[in-house]
Design a protein around this ligand. Structure first.
Ligand SMILES: Nc1ncnc2c1ncn2[C@@H]1O[C@H](COP(=O)(O)OP(=O)(O)OP(=O)(O)O)[C@@H](O)[C@H]1O
Length: 504
């Protein structure tokens, strides 16, 4: 198996990349060989179909007998789900972890193995598809990476007969489809798509995410058709929103991972469906036709208008097709003789898709809530600086907490025998004045000790009170009083011969 180095260096902010295309061949019991795979090619792998001119079931082919298609890699019938995950999904999951959007979509004829590849088979644990394996990989990474804090949200959208439904809506089971709220598309002025009525569920761990996947899968529109016993009659988009942030940083990385299981195209004439199955088939074919139109428009140079708005699916996947996303397509093909023409058209479609170049951007942004806190702090400090420069006084009074803090600071300042020690108060004149007042009181008190009796009017200051009480009988009034440190004045008694315990 080939390896792809699609791990993106984090410092690169934009990655231009063509949509990656892979092919997967569904196992068949039929032995007649109509195809071959060449994985030895240096630039990718070749899937070749051999179509004899006299093909019995009506496939008209006048000239060509071989059709060759190049893919990044072709996975033949025996390739396991685990290998598909490693080669296709892991690199996309890694880019999502780095902050880029990622999309993986499976495209192919009905019954060719899209659901098996994206979601998985129900029979064996080893049949788990891309979604459960990717969830497991991502949550394992989240728990191991202590340098980042991650949050994840999940949504699961179904587009059935061109109408969007929320597969995670708890009313799904008990209600008729037509009674459920429809998911609608809204576009903001920057042409970003928003989906109304599509719920987002936070999932803290792999188990919660798997429960959501299971809930959504049980609500999908599945029906038995002549081509597939459990055919998905809708397009399903499982989306994981990942938000990563370094602890303490205001920068967040938000990326989206779309895992898309498209409904399968089917030839209505060939399968002979009627009634509801026919209506569904018409819608499926129409929306796949619109998808093809978008792909054709994107692959043509100088096309100004891309018809995204023609269908809900192309509107929702707008970013994945020619936009801000690392996108990968898996073409699922059946190599039974009777399906060869559809498989060839799937491969042709893939070749067109490979021409589309996306520009994936590193989705980094500032967290608005944290940014507000940081800016508030900055405004406060600028205000203080400004009032220092202009000499403008702040009107608001110091709080008790601030006063207490400054008293502590002065105490530490005075207790420190180091003459170089500084009293750091910040650029707030009120605090500076308050500390000067405290220091003056102490200075006067010191003087009073050498000149016998003095009167001092000071604030209600617990530090000073403690030594005011020390030698109570020796006091007289001293006038005028020093500037009051704050609003509440008290006359304190300064003793003669008292010891200043705040000085060395
Ligand atoms: N690689 C595979 N290995 C084993 N079984 C497979 C594989 N691919 C498909 N199958 C089986 O083939 C059947 C049809 O596959 P699946 O439902 O995935 O097709 P689909 O492309 O999703 O069809 P539809 O478009 O009708 O929903 C299923 O029973 C599935 O288990």
């Amino acid at each position: 198996m080939k390896t792809y180095d699609s791990q993106i260096p984090v410092e690169e902010k934009m990655v231009k990349q063509s949509i990656q295309i892979f092919a997967r061949v569904k196992p068949t019991k039929k032995t007649a060989s109509v195809y071959c795979v060449d994985n030895e090619e240096p630039a990718g792998s070749i899937l070749e179909f051999l179509v004899p001119k006299d093909l019995a079931d009506g496939f008209i082919n006048n000239k060509k007998e071989t059709y060759k298609f190049r893919f990044q890699e072709v996975f033949d019938q025996t390739v396991k789900q685990e290998d598909i995950f490693e080669a296709i999904a892991k690199p996309v999951a890694d880019s999502v972890l780095s902050g880029y959007n990622g999309t993986i979509f499976a495209y192919g004829q009905t019954g060719s193995g899209k659901t098996f590849t994206i979601t998985g088979g129900a029979e064996r644990y080893s049949d788990r598809g891309i979604i459960p394996r990717t969830l497991s990989y991502l949550y394992q990474h989240f728990s191991q990476d202590s340098s980042m804090v991650y949050t994840t949200h999940i949504s699961y959208l179904e587009i059935y007969n061109e109408v969007g439904y929320d597969l995670l809506d708890p009313r799904h089971e008990a209600s008729r489809l037509e009674d459920l709220p429809k998911v609608t598309i809204m576009e903001d002025p920057d042409q970003n798509i928003h989906l109304r009525n599509l719920s987002l569920h936070q999932s803290a761990n792999e188990e919660e995410a798997l429960n959501l996947l299971f809930l959504g899968d049980t609500n999908r529109m599945i029906a038995e058709t002549p081509m597939n016993q459990a055919s998905t009659r809708s397009h399903c988009i499982f989306t994981m929103h990942v938000c990563g942030r370094e602890p303490g940083s205001v920068t967040v990385r938000r990326s989206k991972l779309h895992l898309v299981d498209l409904a399968g195209s089917e030839r209505v004439g060939k399968t002979g469906v009627c009634g509801q199955l026919l209506t569904e088939a018409k819608y499926i074919n129409l929306s796949l036709h619109y998808l093809e139109q978008v792909i054709i428009a994107l692959s043509e140079k100088n096309r100004l208008h891309i018809p995204y708005r023609n269908s809900m699916m192309t509107s929702v996947l707008r970013d994945s097709l020619g936009g801000n996303c690392m996108t990968t397509m898996i073409a699922t093909v059946s190599v039974d003789k009777r399906n060869v023409d559809e498989s060839i058209s799937t491969c042709r479609f893939a070749q067109r898709v490979a021409l589309i170049r996306n520009e994936a951007l590193l989705n980094e942004e500032m967290d608005p809530a944290l940014l507000i806190v940081r800016l508030k702090r900055e405004i406060q400090s600028l205000k203080e600086e400004l009032s220092m420069v202009t000499g403008e006084k702040r009107e608001d009074q110091l709080t008790q907490e601030e006063i207490h803090k400054m008293e502590e600071l002065v105490k530490v300042f005075l207790d420190d025998p180091d003459c170089e020690v500084t009293l750091a108060l910040g650029p707030d004149m009120r605090k500076i004045q308050y500390c000067f007042s405290l220091l003056k009181v102490l200075a006067i008190h010191s003087l009073s000790l050498s000149h016998n009796f003095y009167l001092l009017s000071i604030s209600h200051h617990p530090l000073l009170f403690s030594f005011d009480m020390f030698v109570l009988p020796h006091y007289i009034f001293f006038s005028p009083p020093p500037p009051p440190p704050h609003n509440h004045y008290h006359h304190a008694l300064i003793p003669k011969g008292g010891k200043n315990k705040y000085k060395a």
